[in-house]
Design a protein around this ligand. Structure first.
Ligand SMILES: [Zn+2]
Length: 377
């Protein structure tokens, strides 16, 4: 099967557009119309993983962390990193990345962490995507109204449940006086004009509004089309917010000591870094509301505080941030960035389900390389 067919299914669940601003998600190396027979899932793309992919005859590496993270100026064997890119290209191995979008989408990595920790998800940690309805009102001469209605309907204006291109039109008179520099479609410079116009109203999703406006400006006959955009109250099912990280609740409060022990067991950790505010150094205190952002989420600690977390779980906590966490009385557990390796197991499950559902003739494999660079001695 073609890579693009496989990705179409994945991206309908986890679109690249659901990533954090400025983050890269999607196909990083390779051609969309290539054939795919063997896919290897990994958290990181390291030279050892690329060697594994070469040995296994893999066509696609599916990773959480993008191998090309910094701009590259040369594609040679002079650094280990760029030699790895050359190996991938020479062995015709494509690389696809699902980075922050898999942290944000429902049924994504942070939900899987909560599932493992028996946390009932109640909210996301930090808002990233807000989808809401807006109302577009545009005024157009009657002669061009139908053409505009059709053009805007075709790019998503007026989507309402199972209906598309829905609109309401009323009639009236538009009045204007073009000044001497204007180039009016109707009327003359420095003369007051009155035109029979239609006022057309559409519901438009905020995410589609830029495309709708670009089309409006292209199709509308006036030099200065008149239109208004109104934000609507979030009343409809399509008004939905998405965010990174999760807030979850334990069914019953647990002692901090028991909860830490469970975090270690669930993620297979020998050691767990704990940041305990000096005033709260009590291992028997109750824990019930937990904020989690796998990977490197220390910057979201204020949201964890605002949302009433007893404990915050995130990796890569920086020394001075740990002092801030103490000062803000937020107990924080740092299980390391590598707990994200759960990505491999859970995505493999999803692709095997799709394989059965769509009768794909593709092998899906989990990398056996341990890419965790840290050990504790
Ligand atoms: Zn990560």
């Amino acid at each position: 099967m073609k890579l693009k067919e496989l990705l179409a299914v994945f991206e309908s669940y986890c679109p690249p557009s659901m990533s954090m601003k400025g983050d890269f998600c999607g196909l990083q190396i390779g051609r969309m119309d290539r054939d795919i027979q063997k896919v290897l899932f990994t958290l990181d793309v390291r030279p050892e993983v690329v060697q594994e992919a070469i040995d296994l005859g893999v066509d696609l590496i599916f990773a959480k962390h993008q191998p090309i993270f910094k701009p590259i100026q040369a594609l040679t064997d002079q650094t280990a990193q760029s030699a790895m890119y050359l190996d991938l290209i020479q062995h015709d191995i494509a690389v696809y990345v699902a980075h922050t979008n898999i942290d944000i989408v429902p049924d994504g990595l942070n939900d899987w962490f909560c599932e493992r920790l028996a946390l009932q998800v109640t909210d996301f940690l930090s808002l990233t995507h807000a989808f809401n309805e807006q109302k577009l009102v545009v005024y157009v001469p009657q002669s061009h109204a139908e053409q505009l209605r059709i053009a805007l309907g075709a790019v998503g204006a007026g989507l309402q449940g199972n209906y598309q291109a829905t609109s309401f039109t009323s009639s009236g008179i538009g009045r204007f006086t073009p000044n001497e520099w204007a180039n009016p479609t109707i009327g003359a410079n420095n003369q007051a004009e009155a035109v029979e116009e239609e006022r057309i109203e559409f519901l438009v999703k905020n995410t589609l509004m830029p495309t709708v406006l670009a089309t409006l400006k292209q199709v509308h006959p006036y030099e200065e089309p008149a239109y208004d955009i109104f934000d609507l109250a979030p009343f409809s099912a399509s008004s939905q917010n998405y965010g990174i990280g999760r807030i979850g609740k334990l069914a019953q409060p647990e002692t901090l000591a028991d909860f830490c022990q469970r975090v270690k067991t669930v993620f297979g950790l020998e050691h767990l870094r704990v940041i305990l505010p000096p005033k709260q150094a009590d291992w028997q205190q109750a824990v019930q509301t937990v904020a989690i952002c796998g990977g490197s989420g220390e910057k979201f600690y204020r949201e964890a505080l605002q949302k009433g977390a007893d404990v915050f779980i995130t990796g890569d906590v920086y020394y001075h941030t740990a002092h801030d966490l103490q000062a803000n009385q937020l107990i924080t557990l740092d299980p390391g960035h590598h707990i994200e390796v759960l990505f491999v197991e859970k995505l493999l499950e999803k692709f095997i389900d799709w394989q059965k559902q769509y009768h794909w003739e593709v092998d899906f494999l989990a990398s056996k390389v341990d890419t965790n660079p840290f050990m504790t001695i």
